[in-house]
Design a protein around this ligand. Structure first.
Ligand code: 13P
Length: 287
């Protein structure tokens, strides 16, 4: 059964660790991440971007697949199914499809509109017992080959959104999606501390978890980050393992072309990196 991410993240704040959000793209991704969470007795959040949802034919398919896999795989650790960077409308679509958590990314709206839309989503998610993530200060990243710097959120705006009753908050602190450029300045810990000061025990979310050095991750957790999103790194691990398999000519041996064999090294590689992240985030044995 799916659970909202509220409880697991409250526990993470209290216990000074973070729960990983790992984005899923297909059945293999989901299976690898769920198996790793169970093997490590860790809570887990499965992230679904709108693009990944569309790729899997729609949010209903994703929700049905994840819920059935939890049952068939006999997963007992807490699992939340979470919309990643949703629009206002996509949040409602996911709620209807049976997701247990949604993120409304209103960071590109003027703050008044972000507040208005977030307020309505707080009302609806409270009614249904689901969790809601909001965002202040957009997370930069690579788009069409151009890497935009991550914005640094205004702590006062974070407080305004936090006070609406959201369950956790993504605040930009110079983090970006995808690989970090050579000249990246690192996370802005002064901004994080200022946000934490005003938002109290509200779990903070660190997007763009790929490629952030371990010491920065640990410092961020010590300053109130309780959810860390990882997407690109699983893709890179899957890609490298798949490339190795093909370059070694394994797909040409026997039934090496069978997708269950062809995709197996990539799936194992995802398990390896997810386990590593769970250990780094401190969520192992916290289910
Ligand atoms: P990365 O792809 O950089 O790991 O970021 C993931 C993310 O923040 C999803 O919202």
């Amino acid at each position: 059964m799916l659970v909202s991410a509220t409880e697991m993240l409250k526990k993470a704040v209290a216990g000074k660790y973070a729960v990983g959000q790992f984005n899923i793209n297909n059945l293999e991704w989901t299976k690898s991440i769920l198996a790793t969470a169970q093997e490590n007795n860790s809570p887990v959040i499965l992230g679904v971007s709108a693009g990944a949802g569309k790729y899997m034919t729609g949010f209903k398919t994703v929700s049905a697949m994840v819920q059935a896999m939890i049952e068939d795989m006999k997963i007992t650790v807490p699992v939340a199914l979470h919309l990643d960077h949703g629009t206002y409308e996509q949040c409602f679509d996911c709620i209807e499809a049976g997701f247990s958590s949604v993120m409304f990314d209103g960071s590109h709206y003027p703050i008044a509109e972000n507040i208005e839309k977030t307020t309505e989503l707080v009302r609806v998610t409270r009614e249904k017992g689901l969790s809601l993530e909001a965002e202040v200060g957009s997370i930069g990243g690579e788009e069409d080959g151009v890497i935009g710097a991550g914005e640094v959120a205004d702590p006062k705006e974070c407080k305004m959104i936090a006070d609406l009753g959201v369950d956790f908050l993504a605040a930009g602190i110079g983090n970006i999606h995808g690989k970090y450029p050579e000249n990246w300045k690192g996370l802005d810990f002064d901004a994080l501390a200022a946000i934490k000061e005003l938002t109290g025990d509200l779990p903070l979310v660190l997007h763009g978890g790929t490629g952030i050095p371990a010491e920065m991750i640990q410092k961020a957790i010590s300053l109130g980050v309780a959810k860390i999103n990882v997407n690109t790194e699983c893709q890179l691990y899957f890609q490298a393992a798949t490339r190795k398999y093909i370059e070694a000519g394994k797909d040409l041996e026997g039934k090496g072309f069978d997708p269950r064999k062809l995709l197996a090294p990539g799936c194992e590689a995802i398990k390896e990196i997810v386990k590593e992240k769970m250990e780094l985030f401190g969520s192992v044995n916290k289910a």
